[in-house]
Write a protein that binds this ligand. Structure first.
Ligand code: ADP
Ligand code: MG
Length: 237
């Protein structure tokens, strides 16, 4: 379970202040696939950075797996990030000189899993994403969709509680995106892992358990019935 309570983050640039997060409240049960949509500048990446332990809010609490991470000292925060969070970005960020298998092994090597065990786990994940015949390929020898599958395997290999995606289908074609989304959804259900995905992509939104909209640092829950009546989306409080 991930619980966000009254998250506030303000950036100061000279004399201007930007309230990137303006009181975010959200509860996401394990195994939920949730999409966050919203215009550029609405605070989506800032929110992912907070949940991903890459940055801290000014105010509010973030509960991951029962613990309030906002209270943790820096070192423990990076431990949580390495052990409980997986990231999938628009650009896959794979290491060019490493094979698919070696790329997927990396997060495990960071937390000192022995090489043999890391290899076995990485192989298992590459099989799950359908790349058993590509394990020794370098990123440049893989298609865009295959590279993104490797990135997904890498994000999942240390069995994180939450997988955070920032426009994960932003640089692949629609057909491939559809397959990638179906794969992410399948994995979230199979492993009971939470996916929080920022996207403009209606394909991802359609495959989600929950779609929330971000506007000026606030989250709104899309309610199709409400929208049909032409009323406002509901602020999540
Ligand atoms: P999104 O991902 O929805 O496009 P961001 O979370 O990146 O939005 O940014 C939200 C707002 O906060 C924007 O107005 C942006 O300019 C501002 N912002 C983000 N990061 C910083 C930063 N490190 N310093 C100053 N302002 C920032
Ligand atoms: Mg962004």
């Amino acid at each position: 379970m991930i619980k966000l309570k009254n998250l506030v983050k303000t950036y100061k640039m000279g004399s201007t202040t930007v309230k990137a997060l303006d009181g975010i409240n959200l509860e996401v049960a394990d195994g939920t696939f949730i999409t966050i949509m919203g215009r550029s500048g609405s605070g989506k990446t800032t929110l992912l950075n907070m949940i991903g332990c890459l940055d801290r809010p000014d105010n509010g609490t973030i509960i991951i797996d029962g613990a309030d991470i906002t209270k943790l000292p820096r070192r423990q925060l990076s431990k949580i990030r390495r052990e409980k969070i997986g990231f999938i970005f628009q650009q896959h960020n794979l290491i060019d000189t490493l094979t698919a298998l070696e790329n997927v092994m990396l997060p495990l090597r960071y937390v000192r899993v022995p090489k043999k065990k890391a290899k076995a786990l990485a192989l298992k994940l590459l099989i799950q994403v359908g790349l058993q015949s590509r394990i020794n390929h370098l990123p440049k020898q893989l298609s865009g969709g295959e590279q993104q599958r490797v990135a997904i395997a890498r994000a999942l290999v240390n069995k994180p509680v939450a997988i955070l995606g920032d426009e994960p289908t932003g640089s692949i074609d629609t057909e491939t995106a559809q397959a990638i989304v179906a794969l992410m959804r399948k994995l979230s259900k199979k492993n009971n892992q939470t996916f929080i995905v920022v996207t403009h992509d209606p394909i991802i939104a359609a495959a989600s358990d929950l779609v929330v909209k971000m506007i000026d640092g606030k989250l709104y829950q899309e309610d199709s019935n409400i929208n049909i009546l032409g009323k406002e989306d509901k602020l999540i409080i």
